[in-house]
Structure formats: C-alpha cells, structure tokens
Design a protein around this ligand. Structure first.
Ligand code: ATP
Ligand code: MG
Length: 332
C-alpha cells in the first residue's frame, strides 16, 4: 500500500503570551500517524481534544497563536516524500493545498460569502488558490461537470448561499474543495450541524468523490462515532492532544481496548433499552487543561483501571495486531 501522508512525532502548541506570563496549550502533542492510499480514516474524540488542530497540522496551515514545535509532516507527491513542515506558506498554497491535500474546515458552511453566488465563490477560491490566470468560463465549466458527476443540481451555481440548505451548502463546499482532485481530503466535522437524513446525503457525496476516483483518501473528523462508522474503515481516537487508539472501525467498536475508547463507545452507541432504564453512560470527569496536562497517561485522572505507572510514565503505542494499536499500560 502506498503512503500518502505521514506525521512523525508532531507537536503543535498554541503559544499565548501576555505581559506577565506565557502559556502553551499542547493541542497536538507527539502525534504520529500514517495515511495510506485508499484509506478512509475517522478521527474521533471529545470537544477540545485537538482534532481541528491536527487537521491544520496535516496541511501545515500553522498561524499564530498556533506554533509548530517539532516533528515531521511528510506528503508523498509523485512517489517522492516531501517535508511539508519545511515549505513556506507560499509554496504550500501554490503546490500543495487544493492539489495534493484539501480541507473542508469545521464550520466552513457558515463562512460562505452571503452576497456572492456559488459560481463567484468558486471562481474566487479557484483563482486565489490555484491558478490566478484561469479564465472564469473554464472554471465554471469544470465546476458544472463536477456538479453533474456528483448529482448536484447545476442551478445551484447561480444561487446564493442563503438559498441553499445546510446539507447542500456542505456538499457544494466538498465539491469545490476537491475540484483539483487532491489525493487526500480532510473533512472536519462536515456533518455535525446536520440532521440525520441530511448527514447521509453529505456522506454519500464524500463517498461518491472517493469511489469515482477524484480523491484517494479521506480523513473524516467527528465527535460522533456513529457517523464515522458509516464512512470510515479505520478509526483513530484522540484524547487530550494524543492518539490513544488506532485500528479498524468495526474491530474497535467490538473490542475497544483503551479505557477512554471503551467509555466513548459505550456512551454513544448505547442501545436505547439501557438508556431508557436510566443507565446513560458518560465518561466520568472532564478533559484536562491542555496548558497543564496530567503526567504519565493523560487519561489517568479519569480512568478506573489506572496502575501506578500510569501516573508517572507516558504509555507507548502498543501493537494489538497488524492494524490495531493502543497507548495503554494495561496491555504492556
Ligand atoms: N486559537 C486558539 N488559541 C488558543 N487555544 C486554542 C485555539 N484554538 C484551539 N485552542 C485550544 O486547543 C485545544 C484543541 O482545540 P481543537 O479545536 O483542536 O479541538 P477539537 O477536538 O477540534 O474540538 P471540537 O470538537 O470542539 O471541534 C483546546 O484546548 C482549545 O481550547
Ligand atoms: Mg474541532
């Protein structure tokens, strides 16, 4: 299987300074992750665990107060590895973003310029990111063809964002983000603000783009395991800036190993019968303050299974099998 992207021991912190003090929010802390061609990877975790920060790190879209502290972000382009962390923002914009990796940012559908028609939004984005010289007709023709391929109505191009439903806006954004056929699409909570039926439409658009070969891999970020399960083949669980478990979706759902994953899965995939009996499962306690995270395993203050080692030593990623990994001392 050929690699598309590899993160090696990446740390990216928000550095917040005021006159008297400075603090670092360790939002992505020593994360390693490899994405291969044809994978659809779901990244899940509670709010504030660093999912969106990780998506920005994957693109090397690092803007203050976020700072890239250490590690490598490697992308394979025409079979050659490139260290994205060594490229300037200008080169990233010209050579990488949109062409190799694209992102649908969290809340993107709220950020569409309300006074521009969809076709104007597309031509503006296309010209600013990709080819300033492209003529508008060429861009619109490309977009029209892509809309047809994805079953999106052509008339949407002549509509304003406020005329579109949330689901249609999100599908349009996904179509725009993948117009240049990037290898990897990173979609950050693309279905989170939508009702269940509309969520399915958006997931279908993502899968259409994937199955038609316009993109090779998807990273799908969500706090909702149920929607990740519908699209992803692999699940990556984040907790407090770190990856704690990584493996095939159904295997993890059937056999979660990290105590945090156990809680997460029990709390979202609880059968209704138990809920009705009043046995709603939640993760006890709260996620830690990432400017002062717990020692050892970051989950230890909330963990019912903790050993003394968990308080002092950070657990390494342990291999459960070929494809399943867990960062927990219980299995060492
Ligand atoms: N601009 C910022 N300045 C300072 N801290 C930030 C900033 N953006 C995010 N953070 C902090 O970084 C941590 C990770 O945030 P991030 O947005 O990556 O989490 P998330 O998993 O995407 O959450 P959500 O599910 O709510 O989208 C949080 O503690 C958050 O408060
Ligand atoms: Mg987020």
């Amino acid at each position: 299987m050929s690699h598309i992207l590899k993160l090696e021991n990446v740390r990216a912190y928000y550095v917040i300074k005021n006159r008297s003090s400075a603090k670092e929010v360790k939002a992505v802390d020593n994360v390693s992750l490899t994405i291969d061609e044809s994978e659809i990877v779901g990244i899940v975790g509670e709010s504030g665990c660093g999912k969106s920060t990780l998506t920005n790190v994957i693109l090397m879209n690092i803007k203050p107060p976020l700072r890239f502290i250490s590690g490598k972000v490697i992308l394979w382009k025409d079979g050659e590895p490139i260290e994205l962390n060594k490229l300037s923002r200008d080169s990233l914009k010209k050579e990488i973003w949109g062409r190799e990796i694209s992102i649908v940012p969290q809340f993107a559908m709220n950020a569409l310029v309300p006074t521009y028609k969809v076709k104007r939004i597309i031509t503006d984005i296309y010209k600013s990111h990709y080819e300033t010289s492209s003529d508008e007709e060429h861009i619109i023709n490309m977009a029209t063809k892509r809309f047809n391929d994805l079953g999106l109505p052509e008339k949407v191009l002549n509509m304003y964002p406020f005329e579109l439903s949330g689901g249609m806006k999100q599908r349009v954004i996904i179509a725009i983000a993948t117009l240049m056929n990037p290898k990897l699409l990173v979609a950050d909570e693309p279905t989170s603000a939508l009702d269940v039926i509309t969520q399915k439409m958006v997931l279908k658009t993502l899968l259409d783009i994937y199955h038609k070969g316009f993109i090779k891999s998807i990273i799908f970020v969500s706090h909702d395991i149920a929607s990740v399960r519908q699209i992803a083949t692999r699940l990556v669980v984040m907790y407090a800036g770190k990856i704690v478990e990584d493996g095939p979706v159904e295997e993890i759902i059937r056999n979660p190993m990290h105590p945090y994953t156990k809680y997460l899965i029990r709390s979202v995939l609880t059968p209704e019968r138990t809920t009705k009996r009043g046995e709603i499962v939640t993760v006890p306690g709260f996620p830690p303050d990432l400017s002062n995270p717990p020692s050892g395993c970051r989950f230890h203050p909330r963990c019912n299974y903790k050993l003394s080692k968990c308080v002092s030593d950070e657990p390494p990623m342990l291999r459960v099998n070929d494809k399943h990994f867990v960062a927990c001392w219980l299995y060492s």
